[in-house]
Design a protein around this ligand. Structure first.
Ligand code: 5GP
Ligand code: ZN
Length: 231
């Protein structure tokens, strides 16, 4: 259902329409009569910005030509200002159309993703580096079953992940110092943490690597049985 708010047709249950209306807070980068640019809440890189039309449309086909023109003019403005304000080395302009392509929010949006040397993102491969907690949960859950219900943690290089205990997700925005250390050092870590949720319990964290051998995700198993002791 659409209603007319501030001169723009918007959808009642659309997160991005709520952002346009100020019902959900966001960090605005730029706006004009037809478009809004704001920071992505879960950025792939520093400065990750979304540009949306103020008139709700699911995809580019549903947009009027004048709105498409206005949108890409705003994309150009944001890109120009980023080149000045961010120390970026390049950028990706990305539009996901349809669930199969990864569209989660069904209000057209163009991602502007600043790129930095060594930011670890590899769009040319089907790496896991930007997979979300929701996307990796089935993998973490399968591992959890394989290790007879031991607690399992998992995250990707660019997004926080999941912590599973006793068959249940206990945290879907999880990261931890050992996971982060394994990502940073690109290596398997076997340790017994001195602090945190698993203090005093042996943990092994393994990396998931891309074709170049760089860690794009990490998986941790918490050996609550204490069957294995790591030095
Ligand atoms: P999609 O996968 O649909 O192309 O991307 C949707 C994007 O919207 C994601 O990158 C996600 O992080 C972002 N997003 C989802 N909800 C919110 C929100 O409430 N505020 C902001 N600023 N970004 C959001
Ligand atoms: Zn909308």
């Amino acid at each position: 259902m659409t209603n007319k708010v501030l001169g723009c047709y918007q959808m009642d249950d659309c997160i991005f329409c709520m952002i346009i209306n100020g019902e959900i807070p966001s960090y605005t980068i730029y706006q004009d009569k037809k478009t809004l640019a704001f920071l992505d809440i879960n950025p792939n890189t520093r400065g990750h910005t979304l540009v949306i039309p103020k008139k709700h449309a699911k995809n580019i086909i549903d947009m009027e030509d004048t709105d498409v023109e206005a949108l890409f003019r705003t994309v150009k403005k944001v890109v120009s200002s980023m080149k000045v304000s961010l120390d970026l080395d390049g950028l990706n302009l990305v539009v996901n159309q349809g669930e199969v392509a990864g569209q989660v929010i069904h209000h057209f949006h163009c991602h502007i993703i600043p790129r930095y040397v060594d930011d670890g993102i590899n769009y040319s491969s089907k790496g896991y580096s930007t997979s979300t907690s929701k996307e990796i949960t089935p993998i973490a859950m399968a591992i959890h079953e394989m290790v007879a219900g031991l607690p399992v943690t998992m995250r990707t290089l660019n997004k926080k992940g999941v912590r599973i205990e006793m068959g249940k997700i206990v945290d879907n925005n999880y990261s931890g110092p050992i996971l982060e250390m394994a990502l940073e050092t690109n290596s398997t870590i076997k340790t017994t943490p001195k602090s945190g949720a698993y203090k005093g319990i042996p943990i092994v964290v393994s990396t998931v690597k891309d074709e170049d051998g760089n860690a794009v995700a990490v998986i941790g198993i918490v050996n609550v049985t204490h069957g294995l002791k790591f030095k």
